[in-house]
Design a protein around this ligand. Structure first.
Ligand code: UD1
Ligand code: CA
Length: 454
């Protein structure tokens, strides 16, 4: 006995006006279907089956890393027909839960309550009261308040259309009953479709009670049919993320102006200014300040770090008490130790920067190892690429690199070495030496500037 889940994802999504299958449109930078699969996993399903149709190959390829089984619905003949495609082989002992690939914010707690209603004599139905129930199937109850049927909007009488309790589509039932009911569905209705909702009346006829549960908040059951609805859910989701961060102790200058597209963990007394985007796995320590307009992706920011405005940080680590920005770019494998300063218009890629070192202005540091307490002067460039291969630059501890230096890799600068400004370093600099590579200065006395001809 276990929980099996079928996710319906065969709808075309015409109103998205897109060549992308509907369930692949993204919420918080992940396909809607991925959110639904996550939720299915979180409630402990031992098997997850996805019914696909439109854009099948693309849908399967996008989620091919997930542990789900795929069932094609060649023609979209209705929700009941869709479920029928995926019933074969589901154990009679299982509870079957139906989810939707275009209803991405359904929550773990709500689903848990829903399928917990299920037993041999009872099935669960998720319903909601909406101010405007137009288009939804209506929940019909008898005088005792028991659910007796779902009537689709298009098939409903004027009187039935007054019912404000609607079918969300989510239901859970013993698999053995569901198989029997679904195989008995007919398409004898105004849309000529096999309605999954007709199983409700069948359950009642079989003496199975239909118990209802309700979502924690309406957005959980909102489906996406067009981009406006997707944007609404995106905003809702972001609001939730912002609330969670604040509950965890993060000060947001404006909770409406942060986007979380992944999983963020943050310590105490973190301050985040406006228009910050956090993507993938972002780990933020205590007492961190993040300035406006920063994008931080898959990175670790340790305690007491200050990130000033307009930085882009990706697959990087910023060690404790470091200061980055404004306008800095840390690319993949930029690894800053503690007390490092990275200033404006500095790009760092695949490099280790040792404790207390500074790269403050207008520099490119790529494929480099920088030791401790190093000062890299303004405008320093590591020439790491010869047009075919990448080479490393190694800089020891306590090195001073003068401004406007090019380090032509592979090259090593020894501990305590000094490089004079304007150097082009093509060979190793031994420990403790001064290296200068520049044409010596000549002053021409009495030289006259050219004057413009009349
Ligand atoms: C359905 C319900 C309705 C409920 C509403 C909630 C039925 C008959 N009606 O109506 O009671 O109030 O959802 O939003 O179930 N799908 C397939 N294959 C199909 C048809 C649909 O995979 O052949 C998928 C769609 O992609 C979508 C979902 O099932 O994710 C619902 O289908 P849709 O056509 O939107 O159903 P509604 O008419 O809105
Ligand atoms: Ca719909």
């Amino acid at each position: 006995m276990g929980l099996s889940i079928i996710i319906l994802a065969a709808g075309q999504g015409t109103r998205m006006r897109s060549s992308l299958p509907k369930v692949l449109h993204k919420l918080a930078d992940r396909p809607m279907l991925e959110h639904v699969i996550d939720c299915a996993e979180s409630v402990g399903a031992h098997q997850i089956r996805v019914v696909y149709g439109h854009g099948g190959e693309q849908v399967i390829n996008t989620s091919s890393h997930r542990e789900v089984e795929w069932f094609e619905q060649k023609e979209q003949l209705g929700t009941g027909h869709a479920v029928a495609q995926a019933l074969d082989g589901i154990s009679d002992e299982d509870t079957l839960l139906i989810l939707y690939g275009d209803v991405p914010l359904i929550g773990h707690a709500t689903l848990t309550r829903l399928y917990s209603l299920c037993n041999d004599k009872t099935m669960g139905l998720l319903t909601a009261r909406l101010d405007d129930a137009t288009g939804y199937g209506r929940i019909v109850r008898n005088e005792q308040g028991q659910v007796t049927a779902i009537i689709e909007h298009k098939d409903a009488s004027d009187e039935q259309r007054q019912i404000s309790e609607v079918n969300t589509g989510f239901m859970a039932a013993p698999a053995k009953h569901m198989k029997r009911w679904v195989s008995a569905l007919s398409s004898n209705n105004s849309q000529g479709e096999y309605y999954l909702t007709d199983v409700i009346a069948m359950a009642v006829a079989d003496g199975i009670e239909v118990s209802t549960e309700h979502p924690n908040y309406p957005e959980e059951i909102f489906g996406v049919n067009d981009r406006r609805q997707l944007a609404h859910l995106e905003r809702y989701y972001q609001k939730q993320q912002a609330l969670e961060l604040m509950m965890a102790g993060v000060a947001l200058r404006d909770p409406a102006r942060i986007d979380v597209r992944g999983i963020v963990s943050a310590g105490q007394d973190v301050e985040i200014d406006i228009n910050v985007i956090l993507e993938g796995n972002v780990v933020i320590g205590n007492n961190v300040r993040i300035g406006a307009n920063c994008v931080i992706r898959n990175s670790v920011i340790e305690d007491d770090v200050i990130i000033l405005e307009n930085c882009v940080i990706e697959d990087a680590k910023v060690g404790h008490s470091s200061k980055v920005g404004p306008f800095a770019r840390l690319r993949p494998e930029a690894n800053l130790a503690d007390h490092v300063h990275v200033g404006n218009f500095v790009e760092i890629k695949k490099s280790d920067v040792g404790s207390g070192s500074k790269v403050n202005h207008l520099s490119y540091i790529g494929d480099t190892t920088i030791g401790q307490r190093v000062n890299i002067g303004a405008g320093t460039i590591t020439c790491n690429y010869d047009g075919a291969n990448k080479h490393r630059t190694i800089i020891g501890d306590d090195v001073f690199i003068g401004s406007d230096t090019q380090l032509v890799a592979p090259v090593t600068v020894g501990d305590k070495a000094t490089v004079g400004a304007g150097a082009t370093i093509t060979g190793d600099v031994p420990e403790g030496t001064l290296s200068i590579s520049r044409v010596s200065q000549k002053n021409i006395i009495g030289w006259k500037r050219p004057v413009k001809k009349k």
